[in-house]
Design a protein around this ligand. Structure first.
Ligand SMILES: Nc1ncnc2c1ncn2[C@@H]1O[C@H](COP(=O)(O)OP(=O)(O)O)[C@@H](O)[C@H]1O
Ligand SMILES: [Mg+2]
Length: 214
């Protein structure tokens, strides 16, 4: 399965989510490849900041041909996670075309809703060429029980072909703290709420995949 963490907007949490999802999948015993498809190389920088090798492989592949090379790259892995590039260009399109599931992180802010339209449109275009490509919003940096949170869900409903995942990730300092040490959240704080949310997210993605395959 190839999960692209994709959004043409920067700063929405693509790298944070891609790294931590890769860590969660790998904790379940799956063979995991994390592809850094952003020329900025943030996921590569994370892996370089580590003392120990991660228990999954991280490679840089910011290439417009990613979608053509993905089958060969993915061959020896159970799950591939792609950390997508910001901006609408061939790199963004290639990352979408390479994915089975396009996970679109969005923060509870009107700016993120407006920017999401662009990513949703790119995915719709890609779906014309790739039948099995599915997409979903993942709410990131959620702040519990706020009015903005409720308005935000209503605003996302304008994209009826893009469901919002039941699991959301809350705003928590452990994300930056762990990344600064080159660690994933499950490594740095295995019993934290953030780790639990990430594990639920990984389980939800796997369960969805198995349901569709059945
Ligand atoms: N759930 C979260 N809680 C707190 N901070 C977060 C969360 N998700 C992301 N961040 C922070 O937001 C910033 C941008 O995240 P990043 O993953 O680099 O986004 P992108 O890859 O989309 O540009 C980083 O400083 C990261 O630590
Ligand atoms: Mg990034």
């Amino acid at each position: 399965m190839i999960v692209g963490v994709l959004n043409q907007k920067g700063g929405v949490g693509k790298t944070t989510i891609a790294v931590n999802l890769a860590a969660c999948f790998s904790q379940t015993g799956r063979r995991v490849l994390l592809i850094d498809a952003d020329p900025q190389g943030s996921a590569l920088a994370w892996s370089a900041a580590r003392q120990a090798d991660p228990d999954f492989v991280v490679v840089g592949m910011a290439k417009p041909t990613l979608h053509r090379e993905i089958a060969v790259l993915a061959k020896n892995y159970d799950v591939v996670v792609i950390d997508g590039a910001p901006r609408v260009n061939e790199l963004g399109r290639a990352a979408i075309m390479a994915s089975d599931l396009a996970l679109i992180p969005v923060q509870p802010s009107p700016y993120d809703v407006w920017a999401a339209a662009e990513t949703v449109q790119l995915i719709r275009e890609a779906q014309q060429f790739k039948d099995g490509l599915r997409s979903a919003f993942l709410v990131n940096r959620k702040i519990a029980n706020t009015a903005i949170g409720r308005d935000f869900h209503a605003a996302l409903a304008q994209f009826p072909d893009t469901p919002v995942l039941d699991v959301a990730l809350a705003q928590r300092v452990v994300y930056a703290e762990s990344a600064a040490r080159g660690l994933s959240v499950p490594e740095a704080a295995p019993r934290s709420e953030a780790a639990r949310e990430l594990q639920s997210l990984a389980e939800l993605i796997i369960a969805n995949k198995e349901r569709l395959a059945a």
